[in-house]
Design a protein around this ligand. Sequence first.
Ligand code: ZN
Ligand code: ZN
Length: 305
Amino acid sequence: MSKAAAAARLVLAYLSWPLVFFSGLTGAYFAFASDTPMIAFVAVYAGAVSSLFLLERTIPYEERWLQPDGETANDIAHTVLTKGLVELAALAGVIFPMLAARLLQPVAAMQFSLWPSSWPMILQASLAVVIAEFGLYWAHRIAHERLFFWRFHALHHSVTRLWVINTGRFHVMDSLFKVALSQIPLYLLGAPLQVFWWLGAVTAFIGILTHCNVDMRTGVFDLVFSTPRLHRWHHSKDISEGNTNYGENIVLFDQIFGTYFNPDRPSSTDIGIKGQIAPDFVGQLTQPFTRDGVRQILGRQPKRG
Ligand SMILES: [Zn+2]
Ligand SMILES: [Zn+2]
C-alpha cells in the first residue's frame, strides 16, 4: 500500500464512526420533523446500513469475516421478526421499540407526569438513553450470567463473523426481555413519544455500528459509547473477555459495575460459543424450548435413555 493510500485509510478509520453516528442522528432529526417520520427514518437507516456495507468492503477489520457463513438468511429473518414484523405489516417502520412506544405510551402517560417535558429534546433524549441503558445493561448481563436466559441470547453469540447484517440476530424472547426492562421505566415516568423515537434512533445506529466489520478507530468514544472495538471483545469466545462490555448504547454501567473491558491490543476475532445452534430459522426459534435443544446450546451431550 502506498503512503497516500495508508494515510487515506487511517483518516477513514478515524472519521467513519462519528460520521455514520452523527449523520444518522442528523438524518433522524429531519425524518422526525417530516410528515412521514417512520418512513423517512427507515430511509435514513437504510442509508447508514449501505454506507457500512461499503466501508466493510473498503477497510474491513477482519478480511475473513467478508466470507459468507451461511447464516445471512437467518440473520435477516431474525431481524425482521424481532424488529420489524408488525411494522412491516403496517408499513409503519422497522424499529420494534418505536411501535411499542406508539401503542403503550399514551396509556401510561395519562397517569404519570414525572418526566421533564420542558427540557430541550436533546437533554430529554440523553436522559432516556441513560435510564433505558440501566435496563439494557442488566437484561444483557443477566442473559450472560444466568443459564435460563443464556439459552435465548446464545443465538446472538453463535455467529463466527461480525458484520452489519447480523446486528438484529436476536431470539425474539431475548428482544422482548430487553425491551421490557429498558422501556417500562420510561412509560412509567411519562416520557413523550418523541423521546422513544430518539431512543430507537440512537439504539438503531449504535447497533449497526457495534456489529460492523469496519476497521474504525474510536479513541475517546470508547469511554462513552458501545463501539465496535468494545463489542468485539464482548463476542470473544474466551469467557473472561466475553462476559464484559454489556452496554448496548453507552458504557456508563459497565464502568460503574466493573465490567468495562478495553485492553490496549487489537480486539478479538476469535468469536462464537462452545455450544451448537440449530442450522435453520424455525429450529433456532424452538431450540431453547426443548431439553435436548438447551443441552446443544450449552454444549452438553444429549441425555440418553
Ligand atoms: Zn451478549
Ligand atoms: Zn453483538
